[in-house]
Each structure stands twice: as C-alpha cells, then as structure tokens.
Write a protein that binds this ligand. Structure first.
Ligand SMILES: O=C(O)CCC(=O)C(=O)O
Ligand SMILES: [Fe+2]
Length: 206
C-alpha cells in the first residue's frame, strides 16, 4: 500500500478537512491542467474597498447556474455554463464526496505573486456547513488555515498537482484559509472549488 496516496484528515478542531493526494478524477492531472488553461474563460475580477476598485491578484471564472453577488466584488458576476470536462469532473467529485455541487469557482495563480487573502467561504447561499471540493493543478502552493477566533492557531498544507482537498463541517464557520504570495519563482497553478449554492439564499442584487 502506498501510504502517501491515502486520504488523510487534518487534525483541526471544529473543522473537517480531508486531503486526497491522488484521487481518481477520471483524467490525468497534466491533461486537465492543459485543457483548463486553454478552455476556461479566465477573467480579471475586481473588489471594492470603500471607494476604490482593486483588481484581484489572480484570474478567476465562475461556472454553473448561479449569479454571484459576493459582498466584496465590484461587479455582479455572470457564471458560464459547465463545459463537458468540468461537468464530468463535477460528477466524479460528487461520487467521491457523496455531496452535490452546482457551481464552481476557478482560480489561475499566474506566478508566485498571485495569491488569495484570508477568508472563509461563508456566503449565505452556501448554507451553514458547506462541503467544498477543491482540486489543485500545476505548481504546488501552500494552503494556510487559521482559527477565526484565535489567529495564533494555524495549520498549513502543500497542495500537490492533482490533489483534492475537501472542506466540510464547521471549517468555514471556525477557520479562515488563504494562499500567500511567494518570493521565489513559482509556475502557474489552477484551483477549482466546487460548491453547492442555494440561489434562494443569496444576497439581493444591488
Ligand atoms: O486556491 C486555493 O486553493 C483556494 C481558493 C479559495 O479559497 C477560494 O476560491 O475560495
Ligand atoms: Fe476559499
């Protein structure tokens, strides 16, 4: 048995985070990376901080049937319909996790300068204990976690090419996560987070 390919649960209190280094996602990670690099409609999204509009330090794209009105975004984002390769992956992840997914956020970290700041995926439309399935492709980056009520409690895990991280239970309620900037040279990384979004719970579109 290859111990390094076994799924493992991170020892975090009040959270449920499981890391699968090499899940069977029905396609090679290299092929998936190349196809998504080419076929995903990569967009520059911006956030609003007070009266300033700031481009996010990464490219992104929403897929699925749900219009997103996340509080910090400067614009209402129209999702793209799932393309066949993403729909196949969505179904595969549903069978691995036993959860349903109807939307997906793709992020492209172009180099070590791209990042995502501390946040929880706790938007109302995700519900109280969302299950989020996160696929990593390309360059390995460090995924940091910290408790929301005590920032000195931290955990970190390196997300390998082709890996799957499943966050469930109280993870979003009790912990934040992020990917820090790196100073050394780092190649491109694609991350896909599959979610189940309830349209009836979303914020009103301004
Ligand atoms: O890139 C990652 O691994 C995390 C992305 C993330 O946290 C998000 O899109 O909400
Ligand atoms: Fe997140």
């Amino acid at each position: 048995m290859d111990l390094f390919s076994e799924p493992r649960r991170l020892p975090l209190k009040d959270a449920d985070v499981v890391y699968h280094p090499r899940p069977d996602i029905g396609i090679s990670p290299d092929e998936l990376f190349q196809t998504l690099r080419r076929e995903v409609i990569w967009e520059q999204h911006s956030i609003r901080i007070e009266d300033r509009i700031i481009p996010q330090p990464r490219l992104s794209s929403w897929y699925g049937d749900v219009v997103h009105t996340y509080s910090t975004l400067a614009n209402v984002l129209q999702p793209h319909p799932f393309i066949p390769i993403l729909d196949a992956l969505r179904k595969r992840l549903e069978s691995i996790t036993g959860s349903r997914f109807n939307s997906m956020l793709a992020n492209l970290y172009r180099d070590g300068g791209d990042k995502i700041g501390w946040h929880s995926d706790n938007e109302p439309e995700l519900g109280p204990e969302p299950v989020i399935a996160s696929i990593s492709l390309g360059a390995e980056r460090r995924f940091d976690l910290r408790r929301r009520d005590d920032h000195s409690k931290v955990a970190r895990i390196f997300l390998e090419h082709g890996s799957l991280l499943i966050m469930g239970g109280g993870t979003q309620k009790n912990w934040q996560h992020g990917i820090a900037r790196r100073t050394e040279s780092v190649g491109e990384r694609i991350n896909l987070t599959f979610r189940l979004t309830d349209k009836t719970k979303r914020r009103a579109i301004p």
